[in-house]
Write a protein that binds this ligand. Sequence first.
Ligand code: PEP
Ligand code: MN
Length: 337
Amino acid sequence: MIIVMKPNAPQASIENVIRIIESKGLETHLSIGKEVTIIGVVGDKSKLQTENLEIAPDVDKIVPVTESYKLSNKKFHPEPSVIKVGNTQIGGNTLTIMAGPCAVETEKQLLSIAHAVKASGATIVRGGAYKPRTSPYSFQGLEEEGLRYMQKAKEETGLATICEVTSLDAINAAVKYVDMIQIGARNMQNFYLLKEAGKSGLPVLLKRGLAATIDEWLNAAEYIIAEGNPNVVLCERGIRTFETTTRNTLDISAVPVIKERSHLPIIVDPSHATGVRAYVKPLAKSAIAAGADGLMIEVHNDPARALSDGPQSLTFDQFHELSNEIRPYATLSGRTF
Ligand code: PEP
Ligand code: MN
């Protein structure tokens, strides 16, 4: 449950409510807004039955929360979160574009892609150094060497960087080189990894699992935030359905549903959602129209020779065209890009 204090409630009244809750062995989470402070209660609420918190000084109202996620819940934190990543941000009135290769292959490849995506308006370069491939015989990534190239790309272009992590070792390496870590669809319910991502101190992009409901996804975000890391961004990347003409089915409705239920920013990845280059641009437009805070787009200098996800990767020219064509959609949505 959530206790909403009256506007500008004095500190003593806030502390009084916290003391009552904690004296019953329950945990509190504080959300301090410009005027209103909200106190989230975590634990067995029945222990508070005799406390009459609704008539404690400066309590406005008590709102029951039935969802098991609290820290990612909009009821607890009504103001939308804006997450800082390097010298850019995700959320607010910005449309943030992250783009780059599926996998970091060579230093030269990554640097050329980073320069190209920057020239077309991306502010974050992506590149996988630890690849969770379906087949163990497919290219698995350059690991720490790939992270070093990401760092070089940041130094050369000033772009922020994001890289997927698949293990604690990968997290420990990534914190030395990149600005944001990504938990991929296949690891969305790897609860151990989620907790370690929460402890890493870096902002986390949490992709939706291949067959995860929105509730499961927000509970996964909760694991990260509960470790004291509020800097979580969600990424809709398509879910498994009966349809086979696209790699996955982009659940565009996830965007307004998340906006209604959570304060966390949400971006859309039309590349992994479709697996088909030709469908990336129309779905990028639909994502912005639906209210997404950004996009993740795979771009490669030579898609035909890419070591992974070539068929969905855009060429530099195609990415440039996408970037030009989405501008009016960003403007209509009140976002700068
Ligand atoms: C990726 O971003 O390279 C990736 C593997 O994505 P997903 O986890 O969405 O499949
Ligand atoms: Mn990929």
